[in-house]
Design a protein around this ligand. Structure first.
Ligand SMILES: Cc1cc2nc3c(=O)[nH]c(=O)nc-3n(C[C@H](O)[C@H](O)[C@H](O)COP(=O)(O)OP(=O)(O)OC[C@H]3O[C@@H](n4cnc5c(N)ncnc54)[C@H](O)[C@@H]3O)c2cc1C
Length: 389
């Protein structure tokens, strides 16, 4: 018997396990994870960015708790004096805008962000040029610069959480959840691929892209599907000034430094839902490279030397995480799904929040109620990401 079964030992499941262990519930908790190498999991394939450039207060606050944890991760997640480095670079985030709609949107966002203690500077064209002389700025009318944000190595984050959680007594079971036994509107047990069944008080679905199928088995419909995102690593001969994670908000282009080069992640506008592990190099040449070269002329002569495909657990309803219990459904079934590209930065806050829900029946620190499934049932979307004026 496990009091709490967590399905999926990625960064979300492992952060939740870590927070439960901190609260003294390690021996009550089991994490079911079929693949300790995490070959197809989203966590190691992420860009690793953390930003406060959101407009939903909960998203800003989750990123801020992310900063609190990731800023001291190396020592916080040390095991027997062995540190847990995550290569955290606070290079900043820079969102660029052109035209009135972008200006209005970034200014409206800035008002919300600064009201929630995020240090965001609004820059004009000259300000961007002054800081980042290698960028082409003649089409830029505004930029939001968030100097405290940055990126880290996502695999190290995942392993840091997992190793620490295990050291605190959390059990990771190498198996796969294939079904549920339900009685009196509760999950009574989870059935595993090995044939084992695990009786549980509470079940947390943190299986990311594979999570919706498990929800479906219980009759819970969530608007989440896997969406391929391609990441390309490239190098140039020239050495540029240190660059932030840069994105133009109304053009489909973004990049950030990575080691001796840069990475650029992108999703096709016409990407169909579902798993697809192919890397489409033509797409880079046709759709990504021109945008990069337009922004940074030195990228004209770039050379791609690596690429991979990963999948967002895309929430097609409002692009935000769906967190918490299934109101009106199976009472002891909790989900943390639909992160839509934000799960790494939100993992600390989600882990803390879920552990509070599981142990106290309510959020104790940051109230994440609005991120719950209720909004899906009611059809009331949480709007984030550059509201259009
Ligand atoms: C290309 C890309 C770039 C991204 N960039 C960023 C970024 O810059 N910043 C950011 O914050 N986020 C980013 N993300 C999103 C982030 O990676 C995810 O939101 C986060 O890793 C989700 O963590 P997870 O634990 O839910 O999922 P995963 O890491 O996918 O873990 C889920 C686990 O569940 C397991 N599982 C599956 N089925 C079962 C089952 N039936 N039983 C038991 N276990 C099961 C899987 O094996 C897997 O290990 C990016 C994602 C991608 C793909």
């Amino acid at each position: 018997m496990a009091k709490i079964v967590i399905i999926g030992g990625g960064v979300i499941g492992s952060s939740t396990a870590y927070h439960l262990a901190l609260a003294g519930h390690a021996s009550d908790t089991v994490v079911i994870e079929p693949d300790p190498t995490y070959e197809f999991a989203a966590s190691p394939r992420a860009t690793g960015g953390i930003r406060q450039l959101f407009t939903i207060p909960e998203n800003i606050r989750m990123a801020q708790y992310g900063h609190e944890i990731y800023g001291q991760f190396e020592t916080l997640m040390a095991v027997d004096g062995d540190p847990a480095p995550i290569d955290f670079h606070r290079m900043g985030y820079l969102w660029l805008g052109s035209g009135k709609t972008d200006v209005d949107a970034l200014m409206a966002n800035w008002r919300v962000q600064t009201a929630h203690d995020a240090r965001i500077e609004l820059l004009d064209r000259k300000g961007v040029q002054h800081r980042f002389p290698s960028m082409r700025v003649d089409d830029i009318d505004i930029a939001a610069y968030s100097p405290d944000d940055g990126y880290m190595d996502p695999y190290s984050v995942l392993m840091g959480f997992r190793r620490k959680a295990a050291s605190l007594g959390i059990r990771y079971l190498k198996d796969r959840v294939v079904d549920f036994e339900v009685a009196s509107k509760r999950v009574a047990a989870v059935r595993l691929e090995s044939g084992e069944r695990l009786v549980a008080d509470s079940v947390v679905n943190a299986a990311n892209c594979w999570g919706p199928e498990l929800c479906e088995r219980l009759g819970m419909k969530i608007p989440v599907y896997p969406m391929r995102r391609l990441t390309f690593y490239f190098e140039i001969r020239e050495k540029l000034e240190p660059m932030p994670l840069t994105r133009h908000i109304s053009k489909n282009v973004s990049f950030r430094p990575q080691g001796a080069g840069y990475i650029s992640g992108n999703t096709r506008y016409d990407e169909p839902p579902g798993f697809n592990w192919d890397v489409d190099y033509d797409y880079f040449d046709e759709a990504i490279w021109p945008g990069l070269a337009e922004r940074v002329p030195a990228f004209e002569a770039l050379k791609v030397t690596g690429a991979w495909a990963g999948h967002y657990d895309q929430n097609s309803f409002d692009n935000n995480a769906i967190l918490g219990s299934w109101v009106g459904g199976i009472e002891n079934f909790y989900i943390a799904l639909g992160f839509s590209g934000h799960g790494l930065m939100q993992a600390p806050a989600v882990g803390r929040g879920l552990s509070e829900l599981l142990l106290h029946g309510a959020y104790q620190t940051l109230d994440l109620t609005r991120m719950g499934y209720q909004r899906i049932l009611e059809g009331s979307a949480l709007s984030d990401e550059v509201p259009k004026a």
